[in-house]
Design a protein around this ligand. Structure first.
Ligand SMILES: Nc1nc2c(c(=O)[nH]1)N[C@H]1C(S)=C(S)[C@@H](COP(=O)(O)O)O[C@H]1N2
Ligand SMILES: [Mo]
Length: 306
């Protein structure tokens, strides 16, 4: 009997996935088209990054700017634990040791756990999902992540009735990550989902991208991916997942309450950090297109409690 492959509602045709080369070199592409050059990084608090400024800032940054052919470990990335200057991130992020990484999952759950990353992946399994990925800087792409649905983890630890929100916590190690020596920010980086959002079939924990492990600068060894929210929610290098009752403030709500709301759902009517969110530029093709509510996932997530 023939096996019929069921199409999941979030699947996109493989032909629409952003090319791997375009994916890795996107920060360079954005710099070339002038995205992310809208103001000083400090003025925008690192939430909107500054490719052009970083390259011009001083010799140090421009020397770190990779060529199109540079390998994936050299590509600029937004990861302010290391630096507000994207071009400096890959070099600095090499120092993060992910070999003995463990993740704790706790709070209002029946079965808290603290596992080495390898054990967690073994428990959860791995699959690949291509999702739209959209940043408030106005760029969009379709990225093939590997990893596991967050929902599996939620089901495993069994939240109690008191759990309403889920907080994701990044690492805190100022000795390794020089950005964390800045007192401008409420370290560590944290993000928050409602329990409904965390348990939604689209919420994902990525371990890899384009079939390879995540490079450090991209959030190794585990990264949250929430495709209907702006990319700022997709917290890199998770160390702790906490189920809590009250709604805690996220890192950006604490750092820049003037520019970012709590839900971060992609919305064409938004204006964030002075940037209209009505349109987006597609990485690779350079086309501008209309932003879709909930980043194109409205049918799947519009009813969720935020
Ligand atoms: N821990 C951590 N996660 C983070 C960030 C960060 O600075 N630290 N930056 C966020 C922002 S603002 C964006 S746009 C994306 C960038 O992801 P990328 O480098 O894969 O494009 O990561 C998000 N996750
Ligand atoms: Mo961002």
């Amino acid at each position: 009997m023939a096996h019929i492959k069921r199409t999941q509602p979030w699947e996109v045709p493989a032909s629409r996935i952003t090319g791997e080369r375009e994916y890795w070199s996107r920060r360079r592409f954005l710099r070339d088209v002038g995205i992310g050059s809208l103001g000083g990084a400090a003025a925008l608090g690192g939430l909107v990054t500054t490719e052009a400024d970083a390259a011009n800032r001083d010799g140090r940054a421009s020397r770190a700017t990779p060529s199109r052919t540079a390998n994936r470990f050299d590509q600029p990335a937004n990861f302010i634990e290391f630096s507000q200057w994207n071009a400096e991130v890959p070099e600095l992020a090499r120092r993060l040791s992910t070999a003995n990484w463990s993740v704790s999952v706790g709070g209002h759950v029946e079965h808290p756990m603290n596992l080495a990353v390898g054990e967690l992946i073994e428990l959860m399994g791995e699959e690949e999902r291509a999702y739209r990925f959209r940043c408030i800087e106005g760029w969009a792409m379709i990225v093939p992540w590997s990893g596991f649905p967050l929902r599996k983890l939620v089901e495993r630890v069994r939240p109690t009735a008191a759990a309403r929100h889920v907080r994701f916590v990044g690492f805190h190690d100022p000795d390794v990550a020089p950005g964390q020596r800045s007192e401008m920010y409420p370290w560590p980086y944290t993000e928050v989902l409602t329990l409904d959002e965390a348990a939604h079939e689209l919420s994902f924990i990525a371990t890899g991208v384009y079939g390879q492990d995540l490079p450090n600068a991209h959030g190794a060894p585990l990264r949250l991916v929430v495709p209907w929210k702006y990319a700022t929610k997709s917290l890199k290098s998770v160390t702790r997942i906490e189920f809590i009752g009250h709604r805690p403030e996220s890192f950006w709500q604490m750092a820049r309450p003037d520019i970012i709301g709590q839900d971060c759902n992609v919305d064409p009517n938004d204006r964030i950090a002075g940037i209209s969110q009505a349109e987006e530029i597609v990485i690779g093709t350079g086309e501008w297109q209309a932003t879709q509510p909930f980043n194109g996932y409205a049918d799947l997530v519009a009813g969720l409690r935020t």
